[in-house]
Design a protein. Sequence first.
Length: 341
Amino acid sequence: MKRSYRCGLLWLNIPLLSVFLVLLSPWKTEAQEKMLSVTKINSHLVFSLKDINFRQTVSTSATDLLAQQNKITRVTGIELNQTNQGLEVILKTLAGSQRLVPLILPEGNNLVIDLLDATLGFSIRNGVTKTNPAPGINQVRLTKIDDNSIRLIITGERQAPRAEILPSGQNLILSIDPQGNTAQESPDEEIEIIATGEAEEDNYYVPEASTAIGTDTPIKDTPLSIQVVPQQVLKDRNVTELGDALETVSGVVSAGGRGTSGNGPNFLIRGFDGEKFRDGITYFSLAPLNASDLESVEVLKGPASVLFGQGQPGGIINLVSKKPLSEPFYEASFTAGNFNT
């Protein structure tokens, strides 16, 4: 009886133990994850601390600071010597120090020379000023800008002097010319240039015409189609009559007549009768139109009633006369041929 009771208790405890183990498993897993995360954080902290320890720190020792200060060149004195060219300026430095590198900039009558990584010696720590050291130079002044730079100012009488660096083993030697660069100081001086030669004649291009809107407006800015036969074309083609001049104009053909008919010479512009004008005024002639007194021929293609009144939509032909001369001009010419030439 006791054995069966104990067996019953054993079978009863087994399910309870299983439930306890199942409930304990998540707690164990969560604890392991927390321990793992803590381990990772600690390892990261150790790694970061190692990086910080490896970083290079700025030295604050007196030896290193003195070594950095020794890189600055110390100017112990300045010497001025007159020369045939003007003035020689010598900036004396200690033996073994770095060479001075000047930055030269003219400002008005002053020639400003800045020297970086340089300082003044104890004997000249308050600066040096020399007045009228040479003809054409009013003043030479050496001052301290800050702890690491100094400035040399050379003042000229009329303009900024010109400086030239001379070769030297240790000191900085400058050759100063009080005349400066005269060519650069007078940019407003007029220069007269005389050129001889023949100019190329290129009168085929006419940039403007007054037929379209009555003013000398560039053709490219005129919203109309205009074609001009210039004087050079008339001469090169030996034009004697208007019909010969209009042969080079597109859209214009002769309608016959040539002065022998009752209506005189007629021309068609874009298939319509073309009205003829001379200097903007209606022109009519029964005889052949002579081109000897024409400066140019302007053809306006398209409707032009706004400017020239009622007319055909094809366009108009405007004959531009030559300008009168101050002295009389005479010319005679003779041609021979027939209507087939």
